[in-house]
Design a protein around this ligand. Structure first.
Ligand code: URA
Length: 261
């Protein structure tokens, strides 16, 4: 069975015993990994951070903010912000549009914002988001190089599953994001995202391991488990790592083709 990187590898007992889980970079540069961890939102000792950054020769460090959207992206974001197409607008704190690199090759699609995302207005910023970040780093595709969005732009109350009509109302927004981004590859995380994007009720276990095609554009799409599920079932991370390696392999293959192919 494949070796899984340190970033993803953590047994449940270690997870409960040790507060340092998910912080490894899965590889090459321990100092960079530690500095990244120190630079994350997890509270860490500022002196230790300074020490790591100094060791890396970094004199100034500040959080990278996404540049403001313009043109069609800005227009779409404004449309989403004002959306009242379904009942979720009444209970949301704010919409959660999507985040990331507008030239990304990889589009990650999740289900819907949770409480943290609803509060902060950004997808995957809670515990599941921390694990997603580790998964992305393990693929050497860190968060700021990909684009991340959800099927739904508003939080379903009490994190219930999205209703079919909510998905239908929100679908044009994700569709437009896909058109504007033109990703080489999509990664659907979790059963709800996978089944809705592929318009199927096939169980997620059966959707893994192959490259599907999404919609009319035929964008290649790979399915893996939702990081929230992996937090509950850490032994499934091994399977998820197999999926992520498929993503890496497929991206490498697609990179060799012209972008529009
Ligand atoms: N789960 C999701 O599917 N999306 C988020 O943004 C957060 C948690």
């Amino acid at each position: 069975s494949p070796a899984i990187p340190r970033a993803l590898c953590c047994c449940a007992s270690a997870a409960t015993r040790c507060g340092r889980r998910w912080r490894g970079a899965g590889g090459a540069c321990a100092a960079a990994s530690a500095a990244a961890g120190a630079a994350s939102s997890v509270p860490r000792d500022a002196a230790l951070r300074a020490q790591y950054l100094q060791a890396l020769g970094i004199e100034q460090w500040q959080l990278r903010r996404a540049p403001p959207l313009s043109g069609a992206w800005q227009q779409l974001a404004a449309e989403v912000r004002g959306c009242v197409r379904c009942g979720l607008h009444a209970t949301r704190t704010q919409t959660v549009f999507g985040v990331g690199n507008l030239s990304a090759e990889l589009l990650v699609v999740g289900e819907a914002p949770g409480a943290d995302e609803d509060r902060q207005g950004e997808p995957f910023v809670g515990r599941a988001g921390q694990l997603l970040n580790s998964m992305l780093r393990a693929m050497r595709a860190p968060r700021d190089t990909v684009y991340i969005a959800n099927l739904l732009k508003c939080r379903p109350p009490a994190n219930r599953d999205p209703a079919a009509e909510e998905v239908a109302c929100c679908q044009p927004y994700l569709q437009r994001q896909i058109e504007l981004l033109g990703p080489r590859l999509m990664l659907a995380v979790g059963r709800i995202a996978a089944q809705n994007l592929l318009a199927t009720d096939t169980p997620i276990g059966k959707l893994r391991g192959v490259v599907h095609r999404y919609g009319a554009s035929g964008t290649p799409l790979i399915v893996t488990y939702h990081p929230a599920y992996l937090l509950r079932s850490p032994t499934e991370k091994r399977k998820s790592w197999v999926d992520l390696r498929l993503v890496c392999g497929e991206l490498a293959r697609l990179r060799a083709l012209p972008r529009s192919a």
